[in-house]
Design a protein around this ligand. Structure first.
Ligand code: ADP
Ligand code: MG
Length: 698
């Protein structure tokens, strides 16, 4: 039998039991998976660099010789620095390693050995160095030719050269005409799609990526060669096809048609001391139009913190309740649930809306009571945490599900909620604006409304980073604000003191601050406090019985105290950008000029400082989240496991927006032209998706 895509790698020439087990451990157990191990970068042998001509920040690959390997202790600690000196007649350069890449790494090198180095040129105190470059011995069978050498990530026992040879063997077999079957390059895009979008075949693409012709050297390094584009397109296409199929599937369900001429909403709006912003009006109209149809709404409302999303959601809830249906309103924290509950009671006090609260911390009796009232239909609007989603909750006639601050919920929980009741309408509100690529992938089955306008009078929050040596000045500023009658948040990353990390924790700093400034009223809020304690403290802060609230990130979402105009974030280097932006959104909600101070510990990294600078320079949440996505990658941005995104092998959500748009268009086009998939060629696509892309369809 010939070798095909699914063949185990042991059957390839040159793979013994030892290499076989390394490959398996790395996830390359089949030929197909091996071919999806893409080169990290390429070495262009024509452009031989001289060591003396290196410029800082260049990313280079070059050939040179090992001179010496040495190691020494770093300061007084036990940690070692390894130093590999390389060089030739054109110069010498130090390669530094602060950790050992893998056992035996340095033992591979002997003086005068020819090696290939690739990495970023670093300027360290005026001299040129490499930090953690990749160093590969160059083997004898590697001839110097005019070609691009693909370089693969290395591990113990698996060099780039070895990987390259294996992949070439695999490609040789798969493209052999005598051996060719449909299993050589399976589950690929059909010809008609490749033609329509002018894509090369998968076979050609893989060949070119692992053995590229010289003339694509430049586009290859930017992931813009036609071969790479082909692979990226396909990775996006199957995901988009899944999203398109889901979206089409929604349309086949029925859900309650809400009334088109509600009275309660205008009554409620008239009771407010302000007008809706234009963006709020449009978002509400979009939602109302959706829920007045018998197909379920699946809509995402995006808007910066404080843009008034919650209010829009409450309007939608009113329409549903007036239409005779129940609404489930889910929020990520207890504090927020309680706050929303209280606000809604006040908002709707003159309307016949019965509001219930359900949280995980409620006593059994209270909870059972509430559950009963949800089941009997006594509660019209049920506000709560994820407790609302548990199995023991059954609604009488659930018509609308609202999820506030979606970010924390994740795609999978979204699925669970949907299965409650008979296809309720579904509204997600997100406070962290989602970059476009993610809106097209992780949330690609939802329609989107954007609230891109803040209520009148909201101002830009002046943001400044400060090193710990400016602490006294920062406290001085804090006292000034308190004297003027304002209120302050101080946020810490941890609850309890941790000996290992020198992090100021909320509890001990609270004690310290109280002693330091006895005339100021401090309050403490953290996640380990009991529910009623938390609620009590929040109440005191809201009523201005507390001047400065010392807290952990429990205040991150939704908390609304317009008189607070200063936020001090301690150890801001420990927070991600989106989180910083969320926190900052707690101030700037009233008429007062507002400030955010980002305290940086001494041990901050370049990246932490960059984050602080992004915050100083950007007040627009969309901008901040684009930076965030760029700096952290999609998995981290959404919370790795919750992203619901397949692990892309080559596609990159930051870099490949243009290809993503194309793949999305291609996938949605299929369902638009043929929603019932009557054509064989369309049916076949869906079959491939469900049979071969389990990582996507779950
Ligand atoms: P988000 O949920 O987007 O963070 P909220 O709906 O909680 O925002 O609104 C934040 C604050 O602004 C609340 O106090 C709310 O009552 C108020 N608010 C909402 N819409 C407006 C508006 N159009 N004009 C003035 N204030 C508003
Ligand atoms: Mg909100």
């Amino acid at each position: 039998m010939g070798i095909n895509w699914y063949t185990q790698v042991q059957y390839l020439k040159g793979v013994g039991p030892k290499l076989g087990s390394i490959l398996e451990r790395k996830g390359y157990d089949t030929v197909g998976k091996l071919l999806y191990n893409f080169p990290r970068t390429y070495e262009d042998q024509r452009a031989m660099l001289e060591l003396s001509k290196l410029v800082p920040d260049q990313i280079v690959t070059l050939r040179t010789h090992i001179q010496k390997v040495s190691s020494f202790n770093m300061g007084r600690s036990k940690r070692k620095i390894y130093e590999v000196m390389v060089g030739d007649s054109t110069g010498k350069v130090k390669c530094k390693f602060f950790r050992v890449p893998y056992r035996g790494y340095f033992q591979r090198f002997q003086p005068l050995q020819l090696v290939r180095i690739s990495g970023k040129v670093t300027n360290y105190r005026g001299s040129i160095e490499f930090h953690h470059p990749t160093i590969d011995p160059i083997t004898d069978d590697e001839t110097m030719e005019d070609e691009l050498i693909p370089l693969y990530s290395e591990t113990e026992g698996l060099t780039s050269a070895k990987m390259r040879r294996l992949i070439q063997v695999a490609l040789f077999h798969l493209t052999d005409k005598k051996n060719f079957t449909e299993h050589c390059f399976p589950d690929s895009l059909p010809d008609w799609l490749e033609k329509k979008y002018q894509l090369m075949s998968k076979q050609e693409a893989l060949k070119e990526i692992h053995h590229p012709p010289l003339d694509v050297a430049e586009p290859l390094t930017f992931f813009r060669s036609p071969a790479q584009k082909r692979i990226i397109f396909e990775e996006f296409f199957w995901l988009e096809l899944y999203l398109a199929s889901k979206k089409t599937g929604f349309k086949n369900q029925t859900s309650p048609k809400m009334i088109t001429n509600p009275k309660w909403t205008s009554q409620f709006l008239n009771s407010l001391p302000f007008e809706l912003t234009g963006a709020q009006k449009i978002a509400f109209q979009e939602i109302h139009k959706d829920i007045a149809k018998s197909q379920p709404m699946h809509r995402l409302v995006q808007g910066d913190v404080g843009s008034g999303k919650t209010l829009v959601a409450l309007l939608a809830a009113l329409v549903a309740v007036e239409s005779g249906y129940q609404v489930s309103f889910m929020v990520p924290t207890e504090i927020l649930a309680e706050q929303h509950y209280k606000n809604s009671l006040k908002f709707f006090e003159n309307l016949p809306v019965k509001i219930g609260l359900l949280t995980g911390k409620q006593k059994t009796k209270e909870k059972n009571d509430n559950l009963e009232k949800i089941t009997s239909g006594e509660f019209d609007l049920c506000i709560g945490t994820h407790a609302l989603m548990q199995k023991d909750v059954s609604y009488k006639n659930l018509g609308l599900v609202i999820v506030d601050e979606q970010h924390r919920f994740g795609v999978n929980q979204r699925k669970e909620l949907r299965s409650k009741g008979q296809a309720p309408h579904f509204l997600v509100m997100t406070a962290t604006p989602i970059p476009r690529t993610l809106a097209m992938t992780a949330y690609g089955d939802l329609d989107v409304s954007i609230i891109n306008e803040l209520p009148k009078g909201r101002q830009v929050i002046t943001t400044k980073k400060a090193l710990a040596n400016k602490r006294d000045k920062v406290y001085g500023f804090m006292l000034d604000q308190v004297k003027k009658g304002r209120q302050v948040y101080i946020v810490y990353p941890l609850v309890e003191e941790s000996e290992k990390m020198d992090l100021k924790d909320a509890v001990s700093e609270f004690e310290k601050l109280k002693n330091l400034f006895p005339d100021t009223r401090f309050g403490l809020l953290h996640g380990k406090m009991k529910s009623d304690e938390k609620e009590n403290t929040m109440g005191l802060f809201r009523d201005h019985k507390i001047d400065v609230l010392v807290s952990t990130t429990v205040i991150e979402v939704g908390v609304d105290v317009p008189n607070a105009n200063l936020m001090i974030i301690e150890h801001s280097e420990r927070f991600g950008l989106s989180q910083l932006h969320q926190l900052r959104g707690r101030v700037g909600r009233g008429a007062h000029k507002s400030y955010c101070v980002l305290m940086l510990g001494y041990a901050q990294s370049d990246e932490a400082r960059m984050r602080a600078e992004v915050m100083e320079q950007n007040s627009d949440g969309f901008k901040v989240s684009e930076y965030d996505l760029e700096m952290r990658g999609a998995g981290e941005f959404l919370g790795t496991k919750q992203s619901g995104l397949p692990g892309f092998k080559m596609a990159n959500l930051v870099r490949d927006l243009e290809i993503l748009k194309l793949a999305r268009e291609a996938a949605f086009d299929v369902f638009e032209k043929d929603p019932k998939l009557k054509k064989e060629e369309h049916k076949a696509l869906l079959k491939t998706l469900y049979e071969n892309h389990k990582d996507i369809v779950g």
